[in-house]
Design a protein around this ligand. Structure first.
Ligand SMILES: Cc1ncc(COP(=O)(O)O)c(C=O)c1O
Length: 497
């Protein structure tokens, strides 16, 4: 379109809907930008290098009274936003856990946004609900869960865990607390290992059960929940008049990948009549490979399981697979049917009755695209590579005199620290420990300022350690070799007195 045409379109757009040829033009521009971004992402620093306030200063203080041209808006996006982004799709993103977004699934996200359906009830988009039922079943089969499990796509693992804790609360109170509140009920207790994610604590707050009633059970030498200590804690609580309600089991914890013994805990829970929820937010994706399923051996005994295809599998945020053995318990906890939500259909699923939020995105489409485009084989191959390469890096670092592994790899996650001779040889243990913490803090900062790779810290046995997680969807082995070079280069160029 000529420039006069665009002037006219801009004037027109202030008052009238965007015309379909202009919409198509900007979608194409966005697609071109996205493809170019992915192609050149390698040249960007992985972690954003801006300072606090840098982006805010570039945004107008007040909203525009009149509409602006898409050209101006797009140019501002390109200039202001990418430098302020941390590039989660960068092949050398080794921080936190991955938040993958495979290209085929990105295409589905565009379509989802174009449809922009609110998929709360079957009738508000039958295709969304029925595809969700199918995709949950594909994931169930892919991870080897028995067909007695059904499930729902929640937004996040935090929400799924909240739903599970609310279910524990309702079951333990005879499905009364939604009606009466917690007052007058026995104090309910939930059990989890010391290594579980903070989303469990938060779910306790939101469910009104309280932080103090999340019993943090000590771990054994493998950082798994000590099942004898768990049994003792449940027993002690009963003696003191508390009501045990459920257990959260951790598979692949955030800090170092700590993993509880699922079967033993679920068997104990069954004897005690307690509801079990397995949090495998990150590690769940690896369960598509049969050889890693020993990590959650016995999971078929659990009542509720969550893992995030939006972490490692390749689905863009947000997509959390929440499986339940008996959906009626979840539905009895969360279903509410005011007149305006009632429909005439029978034998259908209304997924808003399975979750906290009423309004729901069409989450299944991106899973459908992802699994069909790459196949289970393609997804398995990626996960196997990530695990293999990560373990190679762990071995390589371990062989260096001035590095030590602080925790062995669990799947593709391990932790390490820099132990230069000048500090490792300090006689006084406290001083040595403090100096090692300080030097590793400095190392991490310098690595992330360098921008070539991105790592995040954790604490293990009271020490500051650096985590490494491989998992970006299309990363290759060379990125791991580059990580080794960067880590050792930055460490050895530090000024240490
Ligand atoms: C083990 C574990 N559980 C739960 C969560 C929370 O996940 P989400 O961000 O989907 O709420 C995380 C996040 O990293 C996690 O690592």
């Amino acid at each position: 379109m000529g420039s006069i045409g665009w002037v006219w379109v801009r004037y027109y757009a202030n008052m009238y809907p965007m015309q379909s040829d202009e919409f198509e033009y900007w979608l194409t521009r966005a697609a071109q930008w996205s493809a170019h971004y992915r192609q050149t992402i390698d040249s960007r620093p992985v972690r954003s290098q801006v300072s606090p306030g840098d982006i805010r200063r570039q945004i107008d203080k007040e909203p525009p009274q009149k509409g602006e041209s898409m050209e101006t808006i797009f140019a501002d996006f390109d200039a202001i936003i990418p430098p302020g982004m941390t590039h989660w799709q960068h092949p050398r993103f080794f921080a936190y856990f991955p938040s993958n977004s495979a290209p085929a699934a990105v295409v589905a996200e565009v379509l989802t946004t174009a449809l922009s359906a609110q998929c709360m009830l079957w009738q508000t988009s039958p295709a969304a609900t029925e595809l969700e039922v199918c995709m949950i079943d594909w994931l169930r089969q892919a991870t080897g869960l028995p067909d007695s499990f059904s499930g729902v796509l929640q937004d996040t693992a935090s929400s799924s865990t909240l739903c599970a804790i609310l279910t524990m609360r309702e079951i333990a109170s005879g499905f009364n607390t939604n009606r009466t509140g917690l007052f007058g009920h026995n104090v309910l207790r939930v059990y989890a290992s010391e290594g579980t994610h903070s989303s469990i604590d938060k779910a306790m707050w939101i469910a009104g059960l309280g932080q103090e009633n999340l019993v943090k059970v000590p771990t054994d030498e493998h950082y798994a929940m000590d099942v004898n200590a768990l049994a003792q804690a449940i027993n002690d609580d009963r003696q003191q008049g508390f009501t045990p309600a459920g257990i959260v089991v951790c598979v692949g914890g955030t800090s170092i990948g700590a993993t509880d013994r699922v079967r033993e805990i679920c068997e104990l829970a069954r004897r005690e009549g307690l509801y079990t929820h397995v949090d495998a937010a990150w590690a769940g994706s690896a369960m598509i490979c049969p050889e890693y399923r020993h990590l959650w051996e016995g999971v078929e005994l659990a009542d509720s399981i969550v893992w995030n295809p939006h972490k490692w599998l390749g689905v863009p945020m947000e997509c959390s697979a929440h499986f339940v053995r008996d959906p009626s318990l979840l539905i009895d906890t969360l279903s509410i049917q005011p007149a305006y939500l009632k429909t005439n259909q029978e034998d259908i699923v209304n997924f808003s009755e399975w979750s906290v939020q009423l309004g729901r995105r069409f989450r299944a489409l991106k899973l459908w695209f992802l699994i069909r485009a790459y196949g289970i084989d393609g997804l398995q191959q990626r996960i196997r590579n990530h695990i293999k390469w990560s373990q190679q890096l762990a071995e390589q670092l371990q062989q260096e005199n001035d590095f030590e592994l602080t925790t062995a790899p669990i799947l593709s996650l391990f932790s390490f620290r820099y132990t230069p001779q000048v500090i490792a040889s300090i006689d006084k243990p406290n001083e040595r420990a403090e100096r090692l913490n300080q030097i590793n803090r400095q190392l991490l900062e310098e690595i992330n300022d360098d921008g070539d790779i991105y790592l995040t810290p954790s604490e293990h046995n009271g020490n500051y350690v650096i985590r490494f997680v491989a998992g970006q969807f299309d990363m290759q082995q060379q990125e791991i070799e580059r990580a080794f070079t960067t880590i050792t280069r930055v460490a050895r160029s530090m000024n240490i007195e």
